[in-house]
Design a protein around this ligand. Structure first.
Ligand code: 3HC
Ligand code: NAI
Length: 692
């Protein structure tokens, strides 16, 4: 029988089976919690029922609290009150898990008396990824079943563990056969009844806390070992404190109160708001407004890559990793051998680190074919060009590719800045052409800018969006314009960073401010890492910028042990007196008076210039929504997740303040800071970018 819209109740002999069906992920919404509470109460009241199985329909067990209900009024029972009903039930309750038992979902399973799962299931507490901690006893119960070290790892990484690992640790009591979960859970409940097994409560178990009680240093060791990863984030530290509380002598109920207080603090903080924004923004990015979800996609069974350089090799690896064969084409054997060699050595390094099985290296390399003939791409469903960043080279490649590629094949360019319409015009099938802009290293970075031109067909865009998921990327669909979204905002940052060092800041000053803001590295450190000579032409260089001069001196960045910084044998950087002199002399030649530049000025000029450029991009329709701009900068350029992206950050500052600051910067530093019309409009209407 139906208990409510999302919950059904059936009796299977002595066992009441409570089934929740609330797509897409059975989040613990108001309706779900009410349904479970009513069903459990019914089972307790029925003398014919001896035990309860709690199970979900659809793709997964409860994936957590319903994030969309955060901040809205709580309807009873709260998750914690529901947990009390389950934990204190007078008849055994068995949680039957498939898919992912996450967050509040796992916390609910942890108050059941027993847990059964299929082998493909996963269990985890991912709240840290939302800037939170498990606020329903997860930090108190998890260490009691998996031990303190493992619990610390799970709550601070947010990564789930497999059912087999969960079974070996005692988080699960039994595994069921795939497809046979309900029957296995009912059989388990009958066994509990037959054998008179007790109503086990995780909260009563303390044996797995003893090791940490004997070694309280474990927490600081853990903090130290992960300091780099946790830098800037509040939530990992709060999660650790909760687990410290679990091993303290605070009574269990008081520990729950403390956990809740820390949860509430995080919930109110802008970091969690930012991280929740990013969660939804990532999912939103997969939706393209004018392309419906049922747009047909083209099958991609074989991929071609043109150019086996820095990008081509990394791009190829994405497809090999998911079992899609790749043919990679170069102009000369030496370049091809070098490119293939680098791909192999990348895989071998991963295997040496234990992150890939040695046989998988061979399987992946077995899917890769090298060639010097574009004609070998005739049977590819998708070809991605990654040759030199020169328009005549690209148009020549596309004209020749058009002549050999099969009808309907998608032809993509990995260009960083060039006009994709112009590249498409070199073919007779502009509807099949788009940009697929990967980020370096292309096998690692999550971002894929999908650049649609005025002619790109909807099914070609839909295929690219789907493909990005297949290869584990976050695809953001953008319009065609100089630098698309990411590099155009980077160009705005470049302009300010270059000006700041001429006016008196040092590269280290600029880098420190960005690092302290939360970027993994500073602006000039990033340039040195990528290579100052990327895009530099030794035949055309004319000492017209500091960067050109450094290149002319052979200072190409880390690879030549000299750039804006000096580097030693171990790539350790130190401020460079040589670069400092180059900068000072150049400023003198340009007639720029050097002065003290404050950290606040560095921060404002760089960040507001980026926000202003982001606003122009939105105004021009190059990005569809402000959250897409945020995702590009978080996943492609290291904008700190806990600051939600440049446009989210600007929304926190507020449109009026953004406008006021831009006007002040314009008065002091010129028209680079002329506020975009969108910012003027938002400030006038009191709206935020997220509503634009
Ligand atoms: N609440 C509300 N909606 C959710 C949700 C949640 N917890 N989890 C996922 N969704 C929504 C997504 O927004 C998406 O909606 P859309 O289709 O409208 O875009 C839909 O469910 C499907 O999600 P995915 O596209 O991510 O589907 P996948 O199959 O790739 O992944 C998943 C499924 C592994 C469950 C993934 O969605 C996920 O990791 N969800 C978040 C889980 C989580 O963080 N749980 C903890 C919540 S906080 C909590 O529990 C606090 C507690 O301690 C008190
Ligand atoms: P690269 O110089 O490392 O590699 C280019 C390769 O293309 C060389 O191996 C060259 O021999 C080959 N090539 C040139 N003409 C060819 C042709 N006609 N047929 C087949 N192969 C040919 O350059 P990189 O860095 O890989 O850049 C490639 C493209 O990717 C450029 O458009 C660049 O703007 C873009 N890009 C580069 C990024 C980076 O960080 N390096 C990031 C994102 C995009």
């Amino acid at each position: 029988m139906k208990v409510n819209d999302v919950t059904t109740y059936e009796e299977d002999g002595r066992v009441a089976v409570v089934t929740v069906d609330s797509p897409p992920v059975n989040a613990l919404s108001n309706a779900v919690r009410q349904g479970i509470a009513a069903a459990v109460e019914k089972a307790m009241a029925d003398d014919a029922v001896g035990a309860v199985v709690l199970i979900c329909e659809g793709r997964t067990f409860f994936a957590g609290a319903d994030i969309t209900e955060f901040g809205k009024p709580q309807v009873e029972p709260s998750l914690r009150n529901l947990q009390k009903i389950v934990e204190n039930a007078t008849k055994p309750i068995v949680a039957a898990i498939h898919g992912t038992a996450l967050g509040g979902g796992l916390e609910l399973a942890l108050v059941a008396h027993y847990r059964v799962a299929v082998p493909s299931a996963k269990c985890g507490l991912p709240e840290v990824k939302l800037g939170l901690l498990p606020g329903a006893g997860g930090t108190q119960r998890l260490p009691r079943v998996v031990g303190v070290q493992k619990a610390l790892e799970m709550v601070t990484s947010g990564n789930p563990i497999s059912a087999r690992e969960a079974l070996s640790m005692g988080l699960l009591d039994a595994l069921a056969e795939e497809g046979g979960l309900r029957a296995a859970a009912v059989a388990f409940a009958n066994k509990v009844l037959d054998e008179g097994l007790p109503l086990l409560k995780v909260r009563d178990r303390t044996e797995k806390l003893e090791e940490a009680r004997a070694n309280p240093g474990i927490f600081d060791e853990f903090r130290k070992a992960n300091a780099r990863q946790f830098r800037g984030f509040l939530a990992p530290e709060y999660n650790i404190r909760c687990i410290e509380t679990a091993v303290s002598d605070l009574p269990f109920e008081d520990a729950l109160v403390r956990e809740r207080a820390l949860f509430d603090e995080l919930m109110k903080d802008s970091q969690s708001a930012a991280q929740r924004h990013v969660f939804f923004a990532e999912r939103q990015a997969a939706k393209v407004d004018d392309i419906s979800a049922d747009t047909p996609t083209l099958p991609i069974a074989k991929v071609g890559v043109i150019g086996a350089g820095t990008m081509g090799g990394g791009i190829a690896m994405n497809f090999l990793n998911v079992g899609i064969p790749v043919t990679i084409v170069e102009t000369a054997q030496a370049g091809l051998d070098r490119g293939l060699g680098i791909i192999r050595s990348n895989y071998e390094t991963t295997a040496k680190k234990g992150r890939l099985k040695p046989e998988d290296v061979e399987t992946r390399m077995g899917l890769l074919t090298g060639s010097l003939d574009l004609g070998d791409l005739a049977d590819c469903d998708l070809v991605i060009e990654a040759v030199f960043e020169q328009i005549d080279v690209k148009t020549d490649v596309f004209a020749r590719l058009d002549a050999v590629a099969k009808p309907g094949a998608i032809l993509a360019t990995n260009t960083s800045y060039l006009d994709v319409d112009e590249i498409a015009a070199a073919t007779k099938r502009p509807e099949s052409v788009l940009g697929l802009h990967f980020f370096s290293p292309a096998n690692v970075m999550k971002l894929l800018e999908i650049v649609r031109t005025k002619d790109t067909a909807p099914e070609v865009v839909a295929t690219a969006v789907k493909l990005s998921k297949t290869i584990g990327k976050i695809g953001v669909t953008v319009g065609n314009g100089f630098g698309f979204v990411g590099n155009r905002i980077l160009a705005a940052r470049n302009t300010q960073a270059d000006a700041l060092i001429l006016e008196g800041a040092t590269p280290q000053d600029v880098d420190r401010v960005l690092y302290d803001f939360g970027f993994p590295m500073g602006h000039f450190q990033m340039r040195d890492l990528v290579g100052l000579d990327v895009g530099w032409d030794r035949n055309k260089t004319s000492s017209s910028t500091v960067r050109e001069i450094l290149n002319e001196m052979g200072r190409h960045g880390q690879k030549s042990k000299a750039g804006y910084y000096d580097y030693d044998e171990n790539r350790k950087q130190t401020p460079s007196p040589v670069a400092a002199k180059v900068i000072e002399d150049f400023a003198v030649r340009q007639g720029i008076a050097r002065r003290a530049v404050s950290d606040d000025e560095i921060r404002d000029r760089i960040l507001y210039a980026m926000v202003n450029e982001g606003a122009r991009i939105l105004d021009e329709g190059i990005a569809a929504r402000s959250s897409d701009v945020d995702i590009v900068w978080i996943t492609g350029y290291g904008w700190p997740r806990y600051r939600g992206g440049p446009m989210f950050w600007a929304d926190l500052e507020g449109p009026a303040k953004v406008l006021e600051t831009l006007n002040a910067l314009r008065a002091a530093h010129g028209d680079d800071f002329t506020p975009s019309p969108l910012i003027e409009r938002l400030a006038a209407e009191g709206k935020a970018f997220k509503d634009a």
